[in-house]
Design a protein around this ligand. Structure first.
Ligand code: NAD
Ligand code: DAU
Length: 376
């Protein structure tokens, strides 16, 4: 595809850092600008292995800063934007919805408007341009749990998809109506609508993808998997919301990054793709897998830490079940996850256990205050 100048927003965060690394390594001919405000969730040490590459540069910027972003577009002659910057944690959105509206809605709109001004000023206008917005399955709302004990495949998943079991017959499809419940998902839904509106109104070449729960290295330990791995290691309580019956559909983060690469280059303009691994887990079952894995890798007797499970009051508006139908992406672009869940969890637990310095670094300061206040 030749040379490209791409801005990746939120590149110092969890998923963004994996996307930046993939693009910097795979496309030496591209110029990759990582634009990030470095909030509590952004950490440049996530990218220390590629920070000196000639095709990589970091710019500290708030996506709400319209003038600064317009200047960056002009200076760097940006022809592609992969937009991941966001406030991403549901519990924080319940306590502080304004910050979510500001960054996720106004920030996205600011990027869109700046991209529009710059691209429309060029002779070729939108030719060869892309505004790719990374969104979530949470915009679709919650699915019903019609089979609490799970049903075995095949269900919606293609026969060769690596899958666990499903807890209902319904899945989120690209055509499922939006029905967000948390301030986080409401803000993401709003930003998705703005992105699509810029295609429909101005002809901007946009793409939106909606992905299920990611897990893997470099995830901030406010999210279930890294938080619990760290707590098991230090024999701290594991705060399971409610009965732990809620269901999430988990995908290894590098498989999400691979999907983003494929869709950025080959996805249909104005297209929407669901990304997920047909990998539903009840929280309580997943927590037990984490305990078993950490205990085994630390040489503790298997199940030694099961008594750390502590049921705490449920998250308000807690969505019962997410399950993504990713058949379109598989059929149209040939994507499929590279890792089984067992291998992905093993790799993830090992990474956190081997990178204690990273965990200590991100759990100092602001995090301590936030986490101590969580269960007051
Ligand atoms: P994250 O919280 O780990 O990282 C977000 C990044 O955005 C951080 O580096 C942060 O500094 C940056 N940021 C926040 N506000 C900013 C602002 N105003 N200006 C510039 N940068 C700002 O998030 P994540 O889990 O990596 O999620 C990335 C994207 O993927 C988000 O848009 C999220 O909605 C979406 N998503 C996440 C998941 C998941 O499971 N984590 C699943 C599907 C979709
Ligand atoms: O589905 C995609 C979404 O997945 C992304 O859009 C979000 O950015 C990402 O944060 C994630 O949202 P969740 O709310 O599903 O993730 P979280 O890790 O916070 O919680 C996973 C499940 O575990 C959820 O049912 C709530 C539960 N939970 C979470 C925490 C942090 C607990 O029981 N205890 C906890 O301490």
């Amino acid at each position: 595809m030749g040379k490209r100048n791409i801005v990746i927003t939120g590149g110092a965060g969890f998923i963004g850092s994996h996307v930046v690394r993939l693009f910097v390594n795979k496309y030496p001919e591209y110029r990759i600008v990582n634009l990030d405000k470095l909030t509590y969730a952004g950490n440049l040490s996530n990218l220390s292995d590629i920070e000196n590459r000639p095709n990589y540069t970091f710019v500290k910027m708030d996506i709400c800063d319209f003038d600064a972003f317009l200047q960056l577009m002009q200076r760097e002659k940006v022809d592609g934007i992969i937009h991941l910057a966001a406030e991403s944690h549901v519990d924080r959105s319940i306590k502080d919805p304004f910050t979510f509206a500001r960054t996720n809605v106004m920030g996205t709109l600011s990027l869109l408007q700046a991209a529009k001004l710059y691209w429309e000023s060029l002779p070729g206008k939108y030719k060869g341009k892309r505004f790719y917005h990374i969104s979530t399955d949470e915009v679709y709302g919650a699915l019903e749990v019609t089979h609490p004990d799970g049903i075995e495949p095949p269900f919606a998943a293609p026969a060769n998809a690596p899958h666990h079991k499903a807890y209902g017959e319904d899945f989120f499809h690209e055509t499922t109506n939006y029905n967000p419940h948390s301030p986080y998902s409401a803000s993401k839904a709003s930003s998705d609508h703005f992105v699509r509106a810029f295609h429909d109104t101005y002809g901007m070449p946009t793409i939106v993808t909606n992905c299920s729960n990611n897990y893997g290295p470099y995830q901030f330990p406010e999210k279930l998997i890294p938080l619990f791995i760290n707590n098991i290691r230090h024999r701290q309580p594991l705060p399971v919301y409610g009965k732990g019956e809620n269901i999430r559909d988990w995908l290894f983060v590098e498989d999400h990054a691979r999907a983003i690469d494929l869709i950025f280059h080959r996805g249909a303009i104005a297209g929407t793709y669901n990304i997920g691994g047909f990998n539903e887990w009840k929280n309580i079952d997943l927590v037990k897998v984490l305990i078993r894995t950490v205990d085994r890798l630390l040489g503790r007797p298997e199940g030694a830490d099961l008594d750390l499970i502590t049921h705490v009051p449920d998250r308000p508006g807690h969505d019962a079940r997410y399950a993504i139908d990713s058949s379109k992406l598989r059929k149209e672009l040939g994507w499929e996850p590279s890792l089984s869940f067992e291998d992905g969890i093993e790799k993830t637990v090992r990474w956190y256990l081997e990178n204690e310095a990273w965990m200590d670094n991100v759990t100092s300061g602001d995090y301590q205050a936030y986490y101590k206040n969580m269960y007051r």
